[in-house]
Ligand binder design. Structure first.
Ligand SMILES: Nc1ncnc2c1ncn2[C@@H]1O[C@H](COP(=O)(O)OP(=O)(O)OP(=O)(O)O)[C@@H](O)[C@H]1O
Length: 260
């Protein structure tokens, strides 16, 4: 490697984590460039969430390290690290006793800053939420609206890195597709680096630039969506691609029939 080259935006170096007898992550090394949108897919229990959480230190590795712009996250205080990284997860974790505006303002408040009305309006607009919802409590929102508030909250601190753990898992398909596209557009508009854990290979193929497939704690495929569609990545990856591929072919046949 050219010693003068800048380090990759994010680097995992032989990251491993055990829980009792379970090996959740078995030694993962990879580099992620700034501006990449990476999907992390794989069967339940393959280690996706554990690997993601080593980035913001919700999980500490037993071995290896995670570097952001060359800096070991273990050397950054967890609270400061988490304020600098957007994190969205299934179920959102909004505070039910706080209004939408206060929930979104949590991160700036931890920094000793107030969320201005202009910034609140901007964040709500980014996630395409009506400004009138700002004074509502989370219980008075739909699941999709709550998830949008979660995204707005994750973006409130102006993070460069956005971590998403099954962010759309509990949503109906139409809301899910719409929010996925919005997040991809936000990623591009704001110049984010995004890592999204998802069970859904279709979502990964449609939204990401790069798809990492995990199996039993290891990354077993690292491919672009186009390469996966062409058959790359090995057996585990192709087993995950088989379902959306077959559906796409059937749908295109149906479309051809319908328009014949
Ligand atoms: N805090 C924990 N304590 C004990 N075991 C854990 C803990 N967190 C994860 N594990 C175990 O580690 C393995 C990997 O879990 P992880 O949540 O990373 O997988 P995943 O691929 O994200 O799964 P899912 O898609 O179901 O969320 C699983 O066997 C899980 O039970």
């Amino acid at each position: 490697m050219d010693p003068a080259a800048a380090p990759p935006f994010l680097r995992f170096e032989s990251v491993a984590r055990q829980f009792g007898d379970t090996t959740a992550v078995a030694g993962v090394s990879l580099a992620i460039d700034a501006d990449a949108f990476v999907a992390l897919v794989g069967a339940s229990g393959s280690g996706k969430s554990t690997l993601l959480k080593t980035v913001n230190r919700l999980v500490e590795p037993d071995a290896g390290r995670v570097l952001i712009e060359g800096r070991d996250v273990a050397a950054i205080a967890p609270a400061a690290l988490r304020r600098s990284i957007g994190y969205v997860f299934q179920g959102v974790g909004l505070f039910s006793h706080l209004r939408v505006a206060e929930n979104i303002g949590m991160v700036p408040r931890l920094e000793g800053q107030r969320l201005t009305a202009d910034r609140l309006a901007e964040l709500l607009a980014l996630v395409e939420l009506d400004a009138g919802l700002a004074t509502r409590y989370p219980d008075a929102l739909s699941g999709g609206q709550r998830q949008r508030v979660g995204v707005a909250r994750a973006l409130a601190g102006n993070p460069g890195l956005l971590l998403m753990d099954e962010p759309f898992g509990a949503l109906d398909p139409i809301t899910r597709a719409g929010l996925g596209e919005r997040v991809r557009a936000l990623h591009d508009e704001l110049g984010l680096t995004t890592i999204m854990v998802t069970h859904d290979m279709t979502e990964a193929l449609l939204l990401a630039d790069r798809v990492l497939v995990m199996d039993r704690g290891l990354v077993v495929a690292d491919e672009t969506p186009a390469a996966l569609m062409r058959g790359a990545g090995g057996a585990v990856a192709q087993a995950l691609v088989a379902v959306p591929r077959a559906q796409a072919l059937r749908l295109s046949d149906r479309l051809a029939e319908a328009t014949r």
